[in-house]
Design a protein around this ligand. Structure first.
Ligand code: OGA
Ligand code: ZN
Ligand code: ZN
Length: 388
């Protein structure tokens, strides 16, 4: 038998109290919130799920004339005679104590050091393409660890476009939708040479830095070309024990810049400045931005502070390269390494290029907005959840 519910108008809290018939409180629903979230066709557009009630027409002091529960529905008549109906099930789903607990937006990150070498989460390319749960779990691994490997992709260009389609879209940058990394003469970017690349995050000169990076190994060099990875959040967390260094790294904006001309002849001069360690207002990490090759010579600080900032940068770099913090992997053809570009720093060993030995990676970026959206949609489908 269905539980019987009743509603009380509680004037001091300006709320409807939904209770079971024997008095257990199910939820407290403020009058103004109920009026704002009326789901009738005049107040809420059913196909776009957009609110039609405007703030201009909403009275925060509104009080229902009548509120009653009939047949598992809360019926409200407002002073202007407008009627709202809220299924009790909907009210239960929307209890205030449950709101905004979106697990996708609040991942619990696990920082790592060298032990990650043998524990990198692995997913098969075919699974990511054909199995929603694998796609979800891959993105979740990226949220938690900031690093994951996709294996057994085809050894040709285009595989990461397929991954991009599974998310929805890749993040377009001035390198295009995807980019081809192989060494070429007169390279406009150090990535396109065969030299070693120190640990860095990509595109620090973008205010809107790409979030996730994926690199697909199409051809590996027979000599060199290993990749190094380091959890920048773990290093930053360790540096909290050196408060002055941490303060300098998290408050001093460092300038980054890049020039390039794309294949259509568009010339770019990108500039952005941000601290190496970026924090959220509550002190958690927001991003790491670090790349020697595009760090600008100008530093907008008093000249007498220059020595100290270099000391702090050096300290950060030393921590990155501590044996306990770094892992190295040599991608094999068909591997796609994916990482949180604003958390996990990546580097590359130099490699030799000969007539018979080249190296070719195809890369792309994905933003968290679309990746998290895909996770939510998959979860909603798996658990048969309706969007609120
Ligand atoms: C880069 C880069 C990695 C590699 O070009 O920014 O990190 O393995 N390349 O070539
Ligand atoms: Zn309405
Ligand atoms: Zn890079």
């Amino acid at each position: 038998m269905d539980t019987i519910f009743r509603v009380e108008l509680d004037l001091p809290s300006r709320s409807c109290l939904l209770k079971t018939n024997d008095g257990n409180l199910i939820g407290t629903y403020p009058y103004v919130w109920l009026r704002d979230n009326c789901r009738c066709d005049k107040c809420f557009h059913p196909s776009s799920l957009g609110r039609l009630v405007t703030m201009a027409n909403l009275d925060p002091d509104i009080i229902p004339d009548v509120a009653e529960v009939h047949a598992q529905t809360l019926n409200i008549r407002w002073p202007d005679d407008h009627r709202s109906q809220f299924p009790v099930s909907w009210l239960q789903e929307n209890q205030f104590s449950n709101m905004s607990k979106d697990p996708v937006s609040t991942p619990v990150r696990q920082f790592w050091g060298k032990e990650m070498q043998h524990k990198i989460p692995k997913f098969s390319f075919q699974d990511i393409l054909h199995n929603d749960k694998s796609l979800h779990d891959w993105i979740e691994a990226l949220q938690v660890h900031g690093l994951a490997l996709i294996i057994d992709a085809p050894h040709k260009e285009g595989a990461i476009l397929e991954i991009g389609k599974r998310i929805s879209i890749l993040k377009m940058t001035n390198f295009g939708n995807t980019f081809q990394l192989y060494s070429k003469p007169g390279a406009g970017n150090l990535g396109y040479t065969n030299t070693e690349l120190g640990l860095h995050t990509d595109m620090t000169y973008y205010a809107y830095t790409p979030n996730i990076q994926i690199l697909h190994c199409i051809k590996q060099s027979s000599n060199g070309g290993e990749n190094q990875f380091c959890d920048g959040y773990k290093v930053a967390e360790d540096l909290r024990h050196k408060p002055e260094v941490f303060r300098i790294l998290s408050t001093t904006p460092i300038d980054f810049r890049d020039w390039r001309t794309d294949s259509d002849g568009n010339m770019f001069h990108m500039k952005h400045r941000s601290p190496i360690i970026q924090l959220l207002p509550d002190g958690r990490f927001k991003a790491i931005s670090y790349c020697d090759s595009v760090r600008a010579p100008y530093i907008q600080i008093p000249v007498q502070d220059v020595y100290t900032i270099y000391q702090a940068l050096k300290m950060f770099n030393t921590e990155l390269y501590k044996e306990e913090n770094i892992i190295e992997i040599k991608l094999i053809e068909g591997d796609i390494v994916s990482f949180d570009n604003q958390r996990v720093l990546h580097g590359r060993s130099g490699f030799t290029v000969t007539e018979t030995s080249t190296r070719h990676l195809e890369g792309a970026y994905i933003d968290w907005d679309e990746a998290c959206s895909r996770m939510r949609v998959i979860r909603e489908q798996m658990f048969n959840q309706k969007p609120l």
